[in-house]
Ligand binder design. Structure first.
Ligand code: PMV
Length: 320
């Protein structure tokens, strides 16, 4: 009889602190549960080995023949090594509603769902911290020097206040935050933006460190506001200020600026890029009643995809 299990993982956005987080400053990220990756593992015939079917990529690979740097195969191998088990005879099917290379963490969510599904299939449910650690290893294949914020927020599925190398802090949200996420439609590999910032930092270390530390100060204040609730207008100001500093770092773009301006003109309390920058996503903090007009303005200004998401006040930090 066929046996199968399924696991999911959400998308994510970085609210504040991207780039500076790579240099030890705090950043805040939240899960986006409206989109998700789903992985199903189903038993297959004896001696058939493990086959991966990535439906959205039209890709079917046998784990035994996969290239060493294939991210899906790498995630599976790492998980099996961690669990000290050989590859089972099974089909592992990957499907995701998270746009690829859109800054919503599609690769991270797929990796996370793979670890969870494979663990569950093998009767070994893994704790969020272990899942996050394993996914981080594959993130390094994509990004070179990732801070670890993406794997943390996706594996925990809760808002996180993240400082590289420090214990993970999830936190509760005082008042629900309504966000609009808009995609510029310009693909922007995280690795390139991160490498460019590193080169610029090497040229002007003191100047860049100053900007990073200003971003860190913004993130600390923002965390208090988000936890306490209310003061959304101030949170919006902090997002706008963070955006200015990201421009100073050279990671915005004309497409992005255009969306940021359109969102603010349509009534957003704050708007900024989210993630690595250049292309990819921007986010806007809106009042419930302004959601539609800001979303319409963003589409009108050229956004290729607009998603509304709520960071819910009911989210509570776990006892971790
Ligand atoms: O491109 P994204 O959404 O994965 O975000 C990258 C965030 C950076 O701070 C630029 C890099 C990192 O590893 O934290």
């Amino acid at each position: 009889m066929e046996y199968s299990v399924q696991a999911t993982a959400p998308g994510k956005i970085i609210l504040l602190g991207e780039h500076a987080v790579v240099y030890g400053q705090p950043a805040i990220a939240v899960p986006v549960h409206q989109v998700q990756a789903t992985v199903t593992v189903a038993s297959a015939g004896p001696e058939s080995g493990l086959t991966i079917a990535a439906l959205d990529l039209d890709k079917v690979i046998h784990i035994a023949d996969a290239a060493p740097d294939d991210p899906l195969a790498a995630m599976i191998r790492l998980t099996l090594d961690h669990l000290h088990v050989p590859a089972p005879d099974a089909w592992l099917t990957v499907h995701s509603t998270i746009p690829i290379a859109g800054g919503l963490g599609s690769g991270t969510a797929v990796s996370t769902a793979i670890v969870r599904a494979l663990g569950a299939y093998l009767g070994r449910e893994l704790a969020a911290e272990s899942v996050s650690r394993l996914v981080y290893e594959v993130e390094k294949l994509h990004h070179g020097t990732p801070s670890g914020i993406d794997n943390t927020v996706v594996a925990f599925g809760k808002p996180v206040y993240f400082v590289k190398g420090q214990p993970i802090e999830t936190f509760s949200v005082g008042t629900s935050l309504h966000l609009i996420v808009a995609d510029t439609g310009v693909a922007s590999p995280t690795r390139v933006a991160v490498d460019d910032v590193r080169k610029a930092w090497e040229q002007d270390t003191a100047g860049y460190e100053r900007v990073f530390s200003q971003i860190g100060t913004i993130v600390k204040e923002a965390r208090t506001i988000i936890e306490t609730g209310g003061a959304e207008a101030r949170l919006g100001e902090l997002m706008n200020r963070n955006q200015e500093l990201l421009c100073t770092l050279g990671v915005s773009s004309s497409e992005r600026e255009c969306l940021v301006v359109a969102a603010r003109e349509a009534g957003a309390m704050g708007a900024k890029l989210s993630g690595a920058g250049r292309g990819g996503n921007m986010i806007a903090l809106v009042k419930t009643e302004d959601q539609r007009q800001v979303a319409d303005a963003l589409r009108h200004a050229g956004a290729v995809r607009v998603i509304g998401t709520v960071v819910s006040a009911s989210t509570r930090a776990p006892e971790s």
